[in-house]
Design a protein around this ligand. Structure first.
Ligand SMILES: [Zn+2]
Length: 250
């Protein structure tokens, strides 16, 4: 029962992430207008148009008012968010750790789709995420759920991510936005999971780049948004770093 509740909450949060992904890079307020509107005809959406995933399926991916196609991206973001939240809940339950992983993944999902659409990241989303995760840490330490040792491990994770990414940023192999995103991931998940996070992100990113090169779809490495791979790597690490780390470190 709790599982279904978590999925519904995940879909609703995913619907909010769509607003963030669409409005922030376009310099629009998140709170005003309160109601979302069709990106094409600007018609305000009714309550029924706002039901995550189902409204899109019901309207067969078209705007009720102008008939313009609504991107598949919207239900996709909602489903990815719900599945991600659910998987973290299954693995970590309703704990402070789970909550901080969920906040991290919400930030990463938003940044990944902004990176795909605009080839940039939104620093404000990162700052809000960092503040929330930092506050959870402080609360966790005050209530003895997080030890100082755990916290130091998070700092080491951040330093590791910073060092590795800086090495990749300097020759231009990775963008500065990716560095900022990786620092927040390192700080949230800690040292050992960060090894797995970096390994998985670059492993998957590398394979996809090779496939893209083979099909000559993208010739420049710099033209490939990398945050989606960081998001995927972070999720894999959060869910399975203990199981996978032996394969990486031998
Ligand atoms: Zn419309």
């Amino acid at each position: 029962m709790t599982g279904i509740f978590i999925i519904v909450i995940g879909l609703v949060i995913g619907s909010f992430l769509n607003v963030v992904i669409y409005r922030l890079p376009n310099k629009l307020s998140i709170v005003y207008p309160e109601r979302s509107f069709c990106p094409s005809c600007k018609h305000k959406l009714g309550i029924l148009d706002l039901v995550p995933v189902f409204s899109w399926l019901f309207l067969r991916g078209r705007c009720r008012y102008c008939g313009e196609k609504i991107s598949f991206k919207y239900p996709l973001v909602e489903v990815i968010t719900a599945v991600t939240i659910y998987l973290i809940y299954i693995k970590y339950g309703l704990t402070v750790q789970a909550l901080s992983y969920m906040i991290l993944m919400l930030v990463l999902i938003s940044e990944a789709f902004i990176d795909i659409d605009y080839m940039e990241i939104n620093v404000n989303i990162l700052i809000v995420g960092a503040l929330l995760i930092g506050l959870l840490d402080i609360a966790g330490i005050l209530f003895n759920v997080i030890t100082i040792k755990d916290f130091l491990n998070q700092v080491y994770g951040m330093l590791l991510a910073f060092t590795i990414l800086l090495i990749l940023v300097l020759p231009g192999w990775t963008g500065g936005g990716d560095l900022k995103v990786a620092i927040l991931v390192g700080f949230t998940i800690g040292f050992q999971p960060t090894i797995m996070f970096l390994y998985t992100s670059y492993f998957i990113g590398g394979i996809v780049s090779i496939i893209m090169l083979a099909f000559r779809t993208k010739l420049l490495k710099s033209a490939i948004p990398f945050v989606p791979y960081l998001a995927l790597g972070a999720l894999v690490s959060i869910l399975a770093w203990k199981d996978l780390i032996h394969y990486v470190l031998g």
